[in-house]
Design a protein around this ligand. Structure first.
Ligand code: NAD
Length: 282
């Protein structure tokens, strides 16, 4: 990873933070996308101490805001004409249904739209790097989801698990369609389930969900373990040229049947393009 440029969203906590550290230790220059300034500066300082050989940086954005997604992607693309790895990882689950300022259900905006908008905003820089990699954190939670194109944002009925599961199903379908569109460019796209991780995940979910996570996380794996598949997909020669796959514990795994539906992947791509106004390559 010596000299490679790695952009990490959600890189100031949990598995994103550990992945950023591990990749920096391998020689990469890390570009963090963070929401919170105090956390962003703290992680940046740690990266600089851990791997002082590279000019690591941080950009700030609320990735549930469409304007912020677009702005931060534009800023990074302008500053980084070549990006070797993009790790789409910022995500959360919410106890009750929230609507963003753009009118999107919050989980949908943060967990799905941001992956789409940031990736497409950085695509020219990724293509310019040659054999770049796009790594997206999905979840086994996608298996709980029921895909419904008439209710992509869980308006009919909201449950945190259903909405979160759907967003993670969208991550896999997005990766599938992205890989298909990028075939022949040298850029690969894969996604992963990190395991059940004792990160800050759930700490801001609110309500009963937050308390449930607090207890459940006593039995979860540490972020160091959860980050392993991200680091593997971002850096290992084993996966050079492999694209469109879903990984768990550094191995390809079979996602749900719905997650393997190419027609659904194309339809989701089109719908997401319309909702975000982002023009995607054919
Ligand atoms: P975490 O809460 O420790 O980290 C989440 C990161 O996302 C943080 O850096 C946070 O600042 C960022 N984030 C949240 N909302 C944001 C916003 N509006 N704008 C910008 N950044 C925002 O949790 P984690 O477990 O490290 O989660 C990372 C990814 O792993 C998520 O996509 C999550 O869905 C996925 N995941 C986690 C688990 C688990 O058990 N923890 C399991 C499967 C998948």
């Amino acid at each position: 990873m010596q000299g490679k440029v790695v952009v990490v969203t959600g890189g100031t906590s949990g598995i994103g933070e550990i992945a950023a550290e591990k990749l920096a230790e391998q020689g990469a220059r890390i570009v963090l996308v963070a929401r919170d300034k105090t956390r962003g500066e703290a992680v940046l300082a740690r990266l600089r101490k851990l791997a002082p050989g590279a000019a690591h940086g941080v950009y700030y954005a609320d990735l549930s805001s469409l304007a912020d997604m677009k702005r931060v992607a534009n800023e990074i693309a302008a500053a980084e004409p070549r990006i070797d790895v993009l790790v789409n990882n910022a995500g959360a689950m919410f106890n009750t249904r929230h609507v963003t300022g753009d009118g999107f259900e919050l989980t949908f905006a943060l967990n799905h739209l941001a992956y789409f908008v940031v990736t497409l905003g950085l695509l020219d820089s990724l293509k310019a790097a040659g054999n770049a990699r796009i790594v997206s954190t999905a979840s086994t939670g996608h298996k709980m989801a029921k895909l419904d194109f008439d209710d992509l944002q869980s308006l009919k009925s909201y449950s945190p698990m259903q909405s979160y599961g759907r967003s993670k199903l969208y991550n896999i379908l997005f990766t599938r369609e992205l890989a298909r569109r990028l075939a022949g460019t040298g850029v690969t796209a894969n996604c992963l389930h990190p395991g059940f991780v004792a990160s800050r995940f759930g700490d801001q979910s609110g309500g009963i969900l937050q308390s449930m996570f607090g207890v459940a996380k006593l039995f979860a794996i540490p972020p160091e373990k959860g980050a392993e598949t991200i680091v593997y997909l971002a850096s290992s020669p084993d996966v050079a040229g492999i694209s469109g796959k879903y990984f768990y514990r550094r191995r390809p795994a079979a996602p749900s049947k719905q997650a393997q539906d190419d027609a659904a992947a194309q339809r989701l791509w089109d719908e997401t393009g319309k909702l975000t106004g982002v023009v995607a390559p054919a």
